[in-house]
Ligand binder design. Structure first.
Ligand code: ADP
Ligand code: GN1
Ligand code: MG
Length: 369
């Protein structure tokens, strides 16, 4: 943590471009995201301490950060309006609040041309990297179902596609094939078994992606990154109050979101766990997650969507396995890594999760029914 005069001038400069009052007294790195860089600052505003989140948007991944911020402003304003219409108290705990830059834009550029944004810091919340408590799974399911309900009447055509073909399974397999044939990091031989697994699952993996492409699944607005640690849980009520990390909010099928929620909430270990004996799909967590989700979403789910809920979890674990292995083969250019086999380890947990789901498939389907 940097306090007072220790805060580097570069950080002071970028924070100083936002419309914030008072004196910057502290700043530190925060969170476990794979993509953006997050800082939390503390300001003294005439004796009251207040915190903000500042994020550098990863320009290598989000090629148009201004469009990302346009989407986020649209979505957060829409949700805030809904909360206000329904007189829900404490809206700023329940939806991200974008703090504009001094020129009124929802982002600011630093001296190196990097894009930054600022949010109010949501305080008195927990985030989880993995779950073992079914009641948290229930709250997560509700939070994602509520988020989908809140966005159900927003016109998807107003949103930019911030990463094109993000959930397109065919394209992900093409990227994997490309990475295998280039073998840029010379790692192909070390993952032949993992590659066989992925190619053996190709046909089944296409089911949701193809139905979506053929227009057989509704096209709505989806978050596209509804992993467990992108939901903030209130310390007191334990409710999943605020869905964050909105960079990938785009048009899509709600199954992209149920999928990531199932993938990250039902796995019994962390995404990069090396001891695979700790990884499986926890049916008790799955049941509670679905109970919470369906309590919010039953009213708008179609029969087809409902029949594909378990499949969405399997599909998202598969697409993540493909993306992690592709990045491993490419020499770790996309995800932050802290060891050479980090992406390979991540792929292996997803594979183990899929195998565990397959072993309990009837139980998962029965839980939804
Ligand atoms: P990434 O894209 O890198 O995952 P996130 O937007 O998810 O970035 O932020 C990383 C972490 O920072 C989150 O998991 C959460 O713990 C924390 N965080 C982000 N924004 C806020 C906020 N407004 N209030 C409180 N915590 C936040
Ligand atoms: C990334 O930003 P973060 O860590 O929440 C990734 C997601 C993956 C996830 C895997 C823009 O999410 O798609 O599901 O890692 N985000 C992007 O943990 O690629
Ligand atoms: Mg995140």
């Amino acid at each position: 943590m940097q306090t007072g005069q220790d805060i580097p001038q570069q950080v002071r400069d970028i924070i100083g471009r936002f419309a914030l009052y008072g004196d910057l007294v502290e700043c530190k790195g925060f969170g476990n995201g794979h993509i953006n860089t997050t800082l939390v600052s503390t300001f003294n505003q005439a004796g009251v301490r207040i915190r903000y989140t500042h994020q550098r948007i990863n320009k290598g991944i989000f090629l148009h950060p201004d469009q990302v911020m346009e989407n986020i402003s649209l979505v957060t304003n829409h949700i805030r309006r809904k909360l206000e219409e329904c007189h829900v108290p404490l809206a700023s705990n329940r939806v991200l609040t974008v703090v504009p830059a001094k020129d009124g834009l929802p982002y600011a550029l630093d001296s190196e041309g990097e894009y930054w944004r600022t949010y109010l810091f949501v305080d008195h919340v927990y985030t989880y990297e993995k779950l073992d408590d079914p009641s948290v799974a229930l709250h997560l399911g509700r939070a994602i179902g509520r988020f989908q309900t809140q966005l159900s009447d927003l016109d998807g055509s107003l949103l930019h596609e911030t990463i094109s073909r993000f959930h397109d399974m065919r394209w992900r397999y093409d990227q994997l094939r490309d990475a295998v044939s280039r073998d840029l990091a010379g790692r192909k031989a070390s993952c032949s078994d993992e590659l066989s697994f992925l190619f053996a699952n190709e046909e089944r993996g296409m089911v949701i992606s193809d139905l979506y492409r053929q227009g057989k699944l509704r096209n709505g607005i989806t978050h596209n990154d509804t992993k467990l640690n992108n939901v903030l849980f209130d310390e007191t009520t334990r409710e999943g109050t605020c869905v964050i990390d909105l960079d990938t909010v785009m048009p899509g099928t709600i199954l992209f979101d149920t999928g990531d929620m199932i993938r990250t909430a039902t796995i019994t270990g962390e995404e990069d766990e090396r001891d695979l004996s700790r990884i499986s799909c926890d049916v008790t967590l799955f049941r509670s997650l679905m109970e919470g989700y369906l309590a919010e979403a039953s009213s708008f789910l179609t029969e087809l969507e409902r029949s594909l809920l378990a499949e969405s979890g399997r599909t998202t674990a598969l697409i993540m396995a493909i993306r992690f292995l592709t990045d491993y083969l490419n020499g770790d250019i996309y995800y932050k890594v802290s060891r050479p086999e980090h992406n390979l380890d991540r792929m292996r947990t997803q594979r183990k999760l899929i195998e565990s789901m397959d072993n309990q498939w009837d139980v998962l389907e029965a839980a939804i029914r």
